[in-house]
Design a protein around this ligand. Structure first.
Ligand code: F0G
Length: 450
């Protein structure tokens, strides 16, 4: 059989127009936004690759399920369907709905962490780090050494450095490590997957020291598909079976359903520990809502219940991983430096290699993201020194691909713009900060060209 094009496994029933702006308009808009793409209005963006979070197109089945949403304050059947869908994949006893992932993080860390504690992760996402450190604990990233080099190819570049974990636990003492986290796929590290073997090895260290293992499950379905494609022994397993095996190794998870839940809002926190679940629900009631809705509408719970299973469908995952790889492969072929290999939800440009003449204090990632907007109305996000300050390990620009939203011709346009910007990269200038917030400064900082 000849190899055929992998097509979008859906047709389009409802369309959202996107409109062009002129370069002169974009120059004016960018200046008014303090050269921070978070501060632009999305009407002024042609292709929005800021995030894959909450930006998915929902299916007919999800919209149909939303009509079934029961908005009862307590005991809604929508919660029962949501809980059963979560249990069917993740397997945890206690399922606590939250309005999004960071609410689950805040509750988890508030209950488990205190000053003097250490929380290891393969790499904390920015809200995960901020919520952890807000309790006084220290968030420690322990990626494998291969992850530090953007150009290095590794099938599971999201793995945790197991020897470094053992060393940390021994050095600070297990009593100061209230939990270990694994982020699948590893977003801050390039959307790179974690292997089942690595989860098992991390779990073995945790078990030896009696430390619970939590999974930041945002992109669990994409991670499961990478395991199926790359890890020996999993070729004939379904993504759902692979996900079930992974979560059976964990004691709980946090989830943003805005990613592999294929929903526009929502999340959850899971645990098998009844006592913790009780404390977590007390906090939930304080700020999120009653435990059968957790800050969500009944219809949101329905959309998530359907979306979690759709995200594990094999033809969807094949298209998803192939379409992100398509963007990455075209850039690699043209010599554009990207974090290799292509990730599951995004391509990460290596801004340090792209703009070697801009020092990190002048935010090469922000400079590159600004240029993609000026050239083609594309919005991306810096994941580097503006986002992480001194914790930044690389200067990356993420092109996150919303799920089921853009077609191949949109991506071809993105490739054209990137190649134009790459051709005149020597003319791009850095930026300096005009004003900033004390934490998570990348959301609101204002900058100016140097
Ligand atoms: N963990 C990871 C790995 C994430 O990527 C995110 C969100 C969260 C936790 C928090 O979830 O947004 O629902 O509160 N990532 C988005 C992104 C925002 O653009 O990567 P949330």
């Amino acid at each position: 059989m000849p190899e055929r094009t992998i097509i979008e496994p859906f047709r389009i029933k409802s369309v959202e127009p996107i409109r062009r702006t002129t370069r002169a308009e974009r120059e004016r808009l960018l200046e008014a936004a303090g050269h921070n793409l978070f501060l632009l209005e999305s009407d002024h963006i042609l292709i929005d690759l800021l995030t894959d979070s909450g930006t998915s197109a929902m299916s007919t089945e999800q919209w149909a399920a939303m009509m079934r949403g029961d908005e009862s304050y307590a005991g809604s059947p929508s919660f029962t369907r949501f809980r059963d869908a979560v249990r069917g994949i993740f397997g945890f006893e206690h399922v606590i709905p939250t309005h999004q992932g960071r609410a689950a993080e805040r509750i988890l860390f508030s209950v488990m962490c205190k000053k003097g504690d250490f929380v290891p992760n393969n790499a904390h996402f920015d809200t995960t780090r901020a919520n952890c450190e807000y309790t006084g604990a220290q968030a420690i990233d322990l990626p494998i050494p291969e992850a530090r080099n953007p150009a290095q190819i590794h099938p599971f570049k999201g793995n945790m450095d197991v020897a470094a974990l053992e060393e940390l636990v021994t050095r600070v003492g297990a009593v100061h490590v209230p939990l270990v986290m694994l982020t699948v796929t590893n977003n801050s590290g390039g959307g790179q997957p974690v292997s089942m073997a690595n989860v098992r090895a991390v779990k073995a260290v945790c078990s030896r020291h009696q430390i619970p293992l939590y999974i930041d499950a945002c992109r669990f379905a994409e991670n499961a598909y990478f395991i199926k494609m790359r890890e020996p022994g999993y070729q004939h397993r379904t993504p759902k079976e692979i996900a079930q095996e992974m979560f059976a190794l964990a004691d709980g998870c946090t989830m943003s359903a805005k990613k592999d839940g294929l929903a526009n809002i929502g999340g959850f926190l899971c645990t098998n520990d009844a006592q913790l679940a009780g404390q977590e629900k007390d906090l939930l009631i304080l700020t999120e809502g009653f435990p059968t809705y957790g800050g969500l509408a009944g219809r949101d719970l329905e959309a998530i219940a359907v979306g979690l299973d759709e995200a594990l469908e094999e033809d969807y995952l094949q298209y998803r991983i192939a379409s992100v790889g398509y963007l990455g492969d075209h850039l690699i072929k043209a010599g554009v430096p990207i974090l290799q290999p292509p990730g599951g939800h995004a391509i990460y440009l290596d801004a340090r290699a792209f703009l070697p003449h801009i020092p990190v204090e002048q935010f090469p990632g922000v400079a590159l993201a600004n240029e993609l907007y000026l050239e083609g109305g594309i919005r991306s996000v810096e994941i580097g020194t503006l986002m992480f300050g001194v914790h930044a390990k690389n200067e990356l620009v993420r092109l996150a691909i919303p799920r089921r939203v853009y077609t191949q011709s949109h991506i071809d346009y993105v490739i054209e713009i990137l190649l134009d910007v790459f051709a005149r990269r020597a003319d791009i200038r850095g930026l300096s900060i005009v004003s900033q917030a004390p934490f998570l400064r990348h959301f609101s900082a204002r900058l100016k060209p140097v």
